[in-house]
Write a protein that binds this ligand. Structure first.
Ligand code: SF4
Length: 210
């Protein structure tokens, strides 16, 4: 499946224009959230909650920041793309501009990364370059092997994050291909996050016996 020519054309414009085009084409999901037009505005909720009538209603797009902060058990979510978006809320917002704001608070930079992908831009550096430029206490991550790095991706990223990794591990590697899901704005990982870098440090130090 390929993206439509209308969508790829919209990627040359603003993020708001891209979102408007995506909405017009029926895009309705990002991460674990779904959105749909309601009157003049939009309704956003957890995908599992679509159709529920007992949701707590919020009306300010800035409320998305608080919604994204904690999981169902009230634990802080350090990674906004972890598959633990809390349930039980619905955000009624008045305009496309507010939809843009709310989605960006739920899933920061997702729309901008998607636009870069649609534009065909190179958006991610190999992990090897990322660890090689670490300084201070994280400089040691430059010693991680490709196998160790793949092990971290398999144990940390695959089950614990909804982002689709865009970076290869070795410098000469080719970026993974992003699977296109029907009418869903993808979540792309364009750089190893602090959780992965922290884990890389732990793995290397463990191997070195430090
Ligand atoms: S490195 Fe990317 S894919 Fe892995 S946990 Fe961090 S943000 Fe998610």
């Amino acid at each position: 499946m390929n993206y439509s020519s209308t969508l790829t054309s919209a990627a040359s414009s603003t993020l708001r224009d891209l979102l408007a085009t995506a909405v017009a084409e029926g895009y309705h999901k990002i991460g674990q959230a779904v959105f749909q037009a309601k009157g003049e505005g939009f309704l956003i909720c957890h995908a599992d909650d679509a159709g529920r009538g007992d949701l707590e209603i919020f009306q300010n797009p800035h409320d998305a920041a608080a919604i994204a902060l904690y999981d169902d058990a009230g634990a802080y979510r350090p990674l906004k793309t972890a598959p633990n978006l809390k349930h039980g809320w619905a955000l009624r917002i008045a305009s496309l501009a507010e939809l843009h704001l709310a989605l960006n608070l739920l899933y920061p930079a997702a729309l901008a990364n998607w636009r870069s992908l649609l534009r065909g831009e190179k958006i991610a550096s190999p992990l090897r370059q990322t660890v090689n430029r670490q300084t201070g206490m994280y400089r040691v991550t430059g010693l991680i092997t490709d196998e160790e790095a793949q092990g971290i991706v398999d144990s940390l990223c695959s089950p614990g994050c909804l982002r689709c990794i865009q970076w290869p591990i070795p410098v000469e590697g080719t970026p993974p291909v992003v699977p296109i899901k029907e009418k869903e704005i993808p979540l792309l990982c364009i750089d190893a996050c602090s959780l992965l870098i922290g884990e890389a440090r732990r793995v290397v130090k463990s191997r070195l016996g430090k």
